[in-house]
Design a protein around this ligand. Structure first.
Ligand code: NAP
Length: 239
């Protein structure tokens, strides 16, 4: 419990899906939680939980910098950054448009760069920080029809390893969590056939939940993982 009391935890894309689970689980432990979103949020719900929210497109560096400055003005610090915001725009290479390629890279990869760049100065000055990047097993295995997404998520793993080395001397840990198939709006879009093909690959024979990811994120954000950095923890039912 004491681990997160009064820690300032910023979660991108925390309005729904996995990010919402993560936000709730930190709020339940007394952390000061801030979520970001791009389009819309259930303000009443998040206000009732005491979770602060900011509309900010992670792919836009200027907006990210402005938002981060406002958060630091109000909370003085950001202890934990969870880079969770992500999108898919699937399609086979021959049909994938340049726009769909760029949109996915801009949110999933450049967004991680923007957010990390914006918060690290404050973390460095405090000599404390935990950065957790939500990648995907698709970034490790690849997946037909998801070249843009796989590249963005593989890039996040490379970014995690590199930035972990850069920030280690300032007591900042940088790790990634690679979810497998987690039941959210992102995966609701898939056809039953695709869902079955995923199920066939999962040794534990069940899809994951947002809370499975939240638990792994909390491990990497807490003191029990102080000697772990630059790693990618797969939470994927054994894929
Ligand atoms: P989701 O339900 O679709 O939610 C995505 C969240 O990201 C929303 O809050 C959305 O805000 C926000 N977002 C999207 N683009 C953004 C942008 N440019 N700037 C700021 N916020 C943005 O997704 P999810 O399934 O929870 O996935 C969360 C993360 O886990 C993603 O990085 C995803 O790639 C990764 N992941 C998911 C699975 C899975 O099976 N679900 C598996 C592996 C990895 P709005 O609602 O305002 O658009």
């Amino acid at each position: 419990m004491a681990d997160f009391k009064d820690r300032v935890v910023l979660i991108t894309g925390g309005s729904r899906g996995i990010g919402k689970y993560i936000a709730e689980s930190f709020a339940d432990e007394g952390a000061k939680v801030i979520v970001t979103y791009r389009n819309a949020i259930d303000e009443e719900y998040f206000n009732s939980k005491g979770i602060k929210h900011f509309k900010c497109d992670v792919s836009d560096l200027k907006s990210v910098q402005e938002m981060t400055e406002n958060i630091i003005k109000e909370f003085e610090k950001i202890d934990v950054l969870i880079n969770n915001a992500g999108i898919t725009k699937d399609g086979l290479l021959m049909r994938m448009s340049e726009e769909d390629w760029e949109a996915v890279i801009d949110t999933n990869l450049k967004g991680v760069f923007n957010m990390t760049k914006a918060v690290t100065r404050n973390m460095m000055s405090k000599r404390y920080g935990k950065i957790i990047n939500i990648t995907s097993i698709v970034g490790i295995t690849g997946n037909a029809g998801q070249a843009n997404y796989a590249v963005s998520k593989a890039g996040v793993i490379g970014f995690t390893k590199s930035i972990a080395k850069e920030l280690a001397s300032r007591n900042i840990n940088v790790n990634a969590v690679a979810p497998g198939f987690i039941e959210t709006e992102m995966t609701d879009k898939l056809t039953d056939e695709v869902k079955q093909s995923y199920m066939n690959m999962i040794p534990l024979k069940k899809f994951g939940s947002g809370s499975d990811i939240a638990k792994a994120v909390k491990f990497l954000a807490g003191d029990d993982s102080n000697y772990i950095t630059g790693q990618t923890l797969c939470v994927d039912g054994g894929i």
